[in-house]
Design a protein around this ligand. Sequence first.
Ligand SMILES: *[C@@H]1O[C@H](CO)[C@@H](O)[C@H](O)[C@H]1NC(C)=O
Ligand SMILES: *[C@@H]1O[C@H](CO)[C@@H](O)[C@H](O)[C@H]1NC(C)=O
Ligand SMILES: *[C@@H]1O[C@H](CO)[C@@H](O)[C@H](O)[C@H]1NC(C)=O
Ligand SMILES: *[C@@H]1O[C@H](CO)[C@@H](O)[C@H](O)[C@H]1NC(C)=O
Length: 394
Amino acid sequence: MSKHLIQILSYFLTIITIISTVAAAASYNVKKLGAKPDGKTDSTNAFITAWSRACGSDQPATMYVPRGTYMVGGMEFSGPCKNGDVTIRIDGTLVAPKNYFVLGKAKYWLRLQYVHGVTVVGGVMDAKGAALWGCKLSSSKNCPDGATSLAIINSEDVKVYNLTSTNSQMFHIVINGCNNVKMVGANVMAPWNSPNTDGIHVQLSTEVTILNSTISTGDDCISIGPGATNLWIENVNCGPGHGISIGSLGKDLNEQGVRNVTVKRVNFKDADNGLRIKSWARPSNGFVNDVLFQNAMMTNVENPIVIDQNYCPGLKNCPNQASGVKINNVKYENVHGTSATKVAVKFDCSKKYPCKGITMQDVNLTFKNKVPASAYCVNAGGKTSGVMKPTGCF
Ligand SMILES: *[C@@H]1O[C@H](CO)[C@@H](O)[C@H](O)[C@H]1NC(C)=O
Ligand SMILES: *[C@@H]1O[C@H](CO)[C@@H](O)[C@H](O)[C@H]1NC(C)=O
Ligand SMILES: *[C@@H]1O[C@H](CO)[C@@H](O)[C@H](O)[C@H]1NC(C)=O
Ligand SMILES: *[C@@H]1O[C@H](CO)[C@@H](O)[C@H](O)[C@H]1NC(C)=O
């Protein structure tokens, strides 16, 4: 054979190899495995089968949920998987069983754990939490705690794009014990008065990114727990809800610190808090180091900028104690808008470990857009530059 012909042949062989690899990228469709898109037939088993096959495939694999409404109960999607590239593509809506005890007694609705290299694309998760909130708000003793809608636990390299989560029983999304999780385009919704419906909670995790998301809930928009490091939050709309909160920290004596958190381009509207750091008034070896809050817009926010180190709900186990959580190097840059209360900046730091290295640059907050706001600062040290309204802290 001529050299030329061999070249052409090897070219075609390459193409055939590529085509057959793509064809072998397996796809497992929940509907073909028995799921019924009627919103009332329990499809849990079909979902778990689709996950097991995608995770057990030795090629990159997709679990596919077509359009339609599927009723599913508590599900564990556990790894380790046989391949490092599983996609869960959801074009449909997942709804929880009517009886809130079914999920309420499980801690999680969908728990993704011990995985490495999983991408979730799309989907609506509607936990229909209202009946359970009603139980809790009626102060009945027989209410289950409720389930987190999506938990990503002890995992690496996970991406979640364009997920909608509404009306979770408890937290909407939890990221715990993870490395490198990217959450993009999340849309989280629950009423302002729904109890404990935090939007996204991150703890004991490093390299977590939350981008381009909208969160309105009855509790924290994003809550950041002990051991969160290298966290990046950008372009997020919050409210109503309790704002972006580092803490509550320092409930326990031995606790991992929070380090290197960036929060930029965030809008808060009708929220209880904007940018908050909160710790219990109890001994602890926890800390918060190196936080940047940049480009935040407040609209009618009760506490736009707040550090509260005297958290002691119900005055139990903490009165007259000081927080052990050491707060150092927190920057607020370019924070504008309106406070719904007179005190727009509040630093109420630990009397034992005053806050250190707080810097504020170009902060301009007014009280209901008309009157000057005020600042309240105790045990806090730092400096300001550029515009600083309200003044009075350092
Ligand atoms: C998420 O939604 C946006 C806007 O609709 C779209 O541009 C983007 O491609 C989607 N991302 C993925 C991974 O499907
Ligand atoms: C996030 O939104 C911005 C527009 O504000 C867009 O340029 C960027 O591509 C989005 N990021 C991702 C990862 O989709
Ligand atoms: C802080 O975290 C970001 C990611 O959020 C990372 O890019 C950066 O390198 C980290 N900085 C340090 C000093 O670790
Ligand atoms: C602060 O914000 C108010 C209300 O938006 C505005 O009228 C005022 O000019 C701003 N002050 C400075 C110094 O930027």
